[in-house]
Design a binder for this molecule. Structure first.
Ligand code: DP6
Length: 338
């Protein structure tokens, strides 16, 4: 039986994806943009099987999975099969699969573990359709999106964007690369104040976005921020990238906090880190920006020149109980055939 392995890593959004126009198909309400990281990574092994099975290990320890975890993978397989049949594939996949995940990414703390999982899954899955025709990366990103919206961006290395599209066609949202990982060697020093898993996951959160009175205004602002951010990346203009991405991150948290029920992902420690970085930046003129996804974890994106100071700062937080991940821009999901 054919067995495939794929590895993938999280990405950190600079313009955030929050809210869908179609939750079932994960068709986003707006474009988003991110940087793919080089670690922590996970490996997913996929084998043809008569019956679906899923086993997952976190740092070598077997995880207890809920029935809905399994359903999410099966849903992705079903949507992917439908999508490929629409593209003209006669028999894209075998009847079912057995999956094993070996991960080093703590889940549900704002570190995009689901982006890495579903990017690796999409990569591995796509190889089963290869005998009829190899999928393009954009098509693989559609498969990844069926599992997790942000996963579409982790298919690509460097900087990637999600094109939201506007129709209800299942293929209308896909990702593409803006610049590869050699273009601008930025770092992401990640400070996780806590490993407590968040109570409301992104999937449930996206479904609440429309309940915020601020959501419509946010959607209006995204095209401008996307343009400015893309421009900043292409010109390696750190200051511009910092302004756009911080504006967007705080704006997303404003939508979250004004949703019903209100979603509060930022903790006192998150606010403390942001304030300390702002202070450090104003005295030392450092090229560092902060951003926060759906969790208390703070991502400090910085240039080579600013990295030593940010590492020293992160060490001081580590001594106070935070977990630190030292990452940099990475290459995106890859498959290993056997
Ligand atoms: C705040 O991609 O995790 O990290 O599609 O339900 O898996 P699902 O949501 P997910 O949402 C990401 C939210 C975010 C912002 C971002 O990564 O763009």
């Amino acid at each position: 039986m054919k067995k495939v392995h794929a590895t993938a890593t999280p990405n950190i959004a600079l313009i955030k994806y929050w809210g869908n126009r179609n939750n079932e198909l994960r068709l986003p309400a707006a474009d988003s943009l991110s940087m793919t990281l080089d670690r922590p990574s996970l490996t997913l092994s996929l084998e043809e099987s008569d019956q679906f099975s899923l086993t997952s290990f976190l740092n070598g320890e077997k995880k207890d999975l809920k029935p809905e975890d399994q359903r999410r993978f099966e849903h992705m397989i079903n949507l992917s099969r439908r999508y490929l049949q629409n593209l003209g594939y006669k028999k894209p996949f075998p009847r079912s699969f057995s999956l094993e995940i070996q991960s080093a990414i703590p889940p549900r703390i704002g570190l995009a573990s689901s982006a890495a999982v579903f990017a690796a899954f999409a990569k591995a899955l796509s190889t089963f359709a290869e005998p009829e025709r190899a999928l393009t990366d954009a098509e693989i990103s559609v498969l990844a999106r069926f599992g997790s919206g942000s996963a579409a961006r982790s298919i690509f290395g460097g900087f990637a964007m999600m094109h939201a599209g506007s129709s209800d066609d299942m293929a209308s949202a896909f990702a593409s690369q803006i610049a590869n990982e050699q273009h601008w060697p930025l770092h992401d020093i990640i400070i996780a104040p806590s490993h407590d898993e968040k109570k409301v996951g992104s999937t449930e959160g996206h479904a609440l976005a429309q309940t915020s009175a601020h959501f419509k205004e946010r959607i209006k602002q995204i095209p401008r921020r996307m343009k400015e951010c893309t421009d900043a990346i292409l010109k390696k203009d750190f200051e511009k990238l910092q302004h756009m991405s911080e504006e967007d991150a705080l704006d997303m948290h404003h939508v979250m906090e004004t949703s019903t029920p209100s979603l509060q992902y930022l903790t006192d420690e998150t606010h403390r880190i942001i304030k300390e970085i702002e202070d450090l930046r104003s005295t030392d003129h450092l090229e560092v920006l902060y951003t926060v996804d759906a969790g208390p974890t703070v991502h400090l994106i910085c240039t080579d020149a600013a990295r030593p100071t940010i590492i020293d700062y992160a060490k001081s937080k580590q001594e106070k109980g935070c977990t630190v991940f030292k990452t940099q821009i990475g290459q995106g999901a890859i498959t290993i055939h056997q």
